[in-house]
Design a protein around this ligand. Structure first.
Ligand SMILES: Cc1ncc(C[n+]2csc(CCOP(=O)(O)OP(=O)(O)O)c2C)c(N)n1
Ligand SMILES: [Mg+2]
Length: 411
């Protein structure tokens, strides 16, 4: 956690990443006061979302109109672009065998991580599945820390010991490899806010595949019973691992799956809609209305993981169609040009800047060392420093580790 505080300072020279660290609270407060600011402020843009952006279940969905800062849209564009570039670099490094093991890309789904982060504060929690690189960046990690982690480097956000699926940060609880397992954990995070009586909440993300798990429904039950501030967010990217939603789910309206919990569906390919959805959800939780289920309808361009070409259970044409017609980055770009927020040339500049930033961060990560092959490094970060048990029991007595001795306890 200390790492994130220092990182905020180190990153202040890098516009996008510095913003990722320090973005939330002041911006959010500005938004809350916006009703008085809007009319006289040239830096504000009025958004009218298409009528089909939301669909409610047992509730009225968010308003289709709102105002926001033009600078926010520029920042959202830069962040989505940075995440896309980062994932593309990871793809190349994986193929070059510099990244090993599991690796799940979020290309196509960028508007969800960026939309949510812009609507919440750093005191709200996020927990998600293994498809977590974009969330890690948006919660405040640098590209170097994400890429370093993917390559198993000491500079990685989990010190090179977690890899693609296990990245964490301040109020960011991963990166979870077991499908659905993060949902009860996210509910527990909501319980903590409820118990402390604060106004913060937990955004708990899971996939369409995970949505059928028993533990998701157990979590729904507890969250409703105790009126917990948990925003259950189903990222419906149309496929699980080689299986389409129609083959895996008896009912694919994931926003209705909370049964007794209100919900709504949002166009997850439109950042203007995901942002409004997350703002609405944050207010919902803060005003004590309890849990909410949001289905983000989205699409993943890459295969399920790097070992899946992603074309045996869907057609290339389908992927191409979504890429060319519904891409979240291209969509925001078009709006920014239409609304005179940025010119085509300026946007090209942002793209170049993102590429340069990602390339230089990747290079730094590549040039960084692996963790030293030392036992005390292996056992580091099992516990928060200062809260270690005296002896961590091993499989056999000889494996037991003493944190105070920094060595095996019984050898
Ligand atoms: C409990 C469990 N079962 C199976 C797996 C293997 N597995 C990994 S991802 C996945 C598909 C999940 O799909 P979805 O929830 O839609 O998420 P997406 O990958 O589309 O983001 C499966 C079956 C696992 N990791 N954990
Ligand atoms: Mg899925």
């Amino acid at each position: 956690m200390l790492r994130f505080a220092t990182q905020a300072k180190q990153l202040s020279a890098i516009p996008c990443a510095a913003a990722a660290v320090s973005r939330s609270l002041p911006i959010l407060m500005a938004k809350r006061n916006m009703a008085t600011q809007v009319k006289k402020d040239n830096d504000v843009v009025h958004i009218d979302l298409p009528a089909d952006s939301f669909e409610g279940y047992m509730m009225d969905p968010p308003a289709l109109s709102y105002d926001t800062e033009k600078s926010r849209l520029v920042k959202m564009y830069k962040d989505m672009n940075t995440i896309r570039r980062m994932e593309m670099s990871a793809d190349g490094l994986y193929k070059a065998k510099k990244i090993r093991g599991f690796c799940h890309m979020s290309t196509g789904q960028e508007a969800i991580a960026v939309g949510i982060e812009n609507a919440i504060t750093k005191k709200d929690d996020i927990i998600t599945s293994y498809r977590c690189h974009g969330f890690t960046y948006m919660r405040g990690a640098s590209v170097k820390e994400v890429m370093g982690e993917l390559m198993g480097k000491r500079c990685g956000v989990s010190y090179g010991k977690g890899g693609s699926m296990h990245m964490y940060g301040d109020h960011f609880y991963g990166g979870n490899g077991i499908v659905g397992a993060q949902v009860p954990l996210g509910t527990g995070l909501g319980f903590a806010h409820h118990y402390r009586g604060d106004k913060d909440c937990s955004f708990t993300l899971y996939g369409d595949g995970a949505a059928n798990q028993g533990q998701v429904f157990e979590s729904f039950n507890m969250a409703k019973l105790w009126n917990l501030p948990v925003i259950f967010c189903c990222e419906n990217n149309k496929y699980g691992m080689g299986t389409s939603t129609n083959r895996s789910s008896a009912m694919t309206d994931y926003y209705k799956r909370g049964q007794y919990i209100p919900g709504f569906k949002v166009n997850g390919m439109n950042i203007l809609a995901t942002y409004q959805a997350a703002m609405f959800a944050k207010d919902w939780a803060a005003s004590g209305k309890g849990p909410l289920v949001i289905e983000f309808e989205t699409y993943r361009y890459a295969g399920h993981s790097m070992s899946d070409p992603g074309t045996s259970y869907r057609t290339r044409e389908e992927v191409q169609q979504v890429r060319s017609k519904r891409d979240p980055i291209a969509h925001l770009k078009d709006h920014m040009i239409d609304w005179n927020i940025a010119t085509e040339k300026e946007i090209k500049g942002y793209d170049k800047e993102a590429r340069r930033y990602v390339d230089s961060q990747v290079k730094e990560a590549e040039d960084s060392p692996f963790p030293e092959a030392k036992m005390d490094i292996l056992f580091e970060d099992v516990y928060v420093p200062g809260s270690e048990v005296p002896v961590l029991r091993g499989r056999i007595k000889d494996d037991s580790w003493s944190f105070s001795k920094k060595g095996f306890a019984f050898k």
